[in-house]
Ligand binder design. Sequence first.
Ligand code: PLP
Length: 369
Amino acid sequence: MKIETIAVHGGNVVTDQLKPVIQPITLSTTFKHQEDSMLYTRLENPNRKSLEAVMSTLEGGADAAAFSSGNAAGNAVFQALPAGSHIIAPDDMYHGMKMLLQTVYAGKIEVDFIDLTQSEKVIQAIKSNTKLLWIETPSNPLLKISDIRSLASIGKENNLIIACDSTFATPIFQQALALGAHLVMHSSTKYISGHSDILGGILVSKEKNVFWESIKNVQKLAGAVPSPMDCYLLTRSIKTLPYRMRAHSANAKKIAVFLDGKQEVEKVFYPGLPSHKGFETARNQMSDFGAMLSFLIKGNADEADSLIGKLKYFSDATSLGGVESLIERRSKVQANDSSIPDQLIRMSVGIENCDDLIADLDQAFKATF
Ligand code: PLP
């Protein structure tokens, strides 16, 4: 099956006697004891099983585990590591995941945040207790591109588990398992939901091995699982994911070029621009560049806020991946992070008509500068 067919059929499991075309939502938390029946929804549920099946097939994995948020999915990986492990993580990394490692795991797990685009720095950071190499590509919010193949080969030489947060890419544009990762993670709150109305996370594993069993134990026993309703809605959203991603990405490319040509813009961070440092790597490991971009204006935070305030179709809000365009001055969220300049604006490009989006940006630039 090709991705569009997997997306439509891969999670649609119908066992109902009435033969509906769409899988019903099974809200029951418990099931009558009988051979082959499910037991209890924290452990297993038909809608969660469907979501996990379609995601596992889309990523080319052996199994998947769905969680109630992206951070809960990342947390399951960290929790499954032996106490005292060392992790190598990206310097530019979703700040909430970074905070999870720095606060909840302080004193329990050692972490070094490294520029993963420099492989010699990764090699230097490996210690005797290093267990996990956590990749995030494209990264949030600076859109750094890490070479999954080469990091996976460094990781494998050193017996590390390689996990990749592919939230910005989705399985439609990047197949991290085929590139060498053992695990792929998504915040399904973003493109997989696509409508800014569900919180979720998912892990897909290349193999069903001992480490994966530990992760499944965290899922089932710690219990940060999504509701059947959310699983149903995510499975529904996935049906249109390939088409939404193409529309998102086509708009983002045009907007990146538009911003790049603006004299008031200092720099555009978008891996689909040939001037981007990671363009060649992105071209090699992704089938398209996605729809997240950041840019620096030639101005200060007040001018960035003023530009954002004049937009009609871009909501000034955090998060990403919904059909509607969002924009924010990133340091409002990532305060006190010296790697994020005050005038850095991050944009999640939606699937509105691109001419409308560009006209909106154009009027906001004219009114600000
Ligand atoms: N990974 C990335 C790249 C993200 O952007 C986010 C959230 O913004 C997360 C993980 C965490 O996901 P959630 O907010 O669903 O916990």
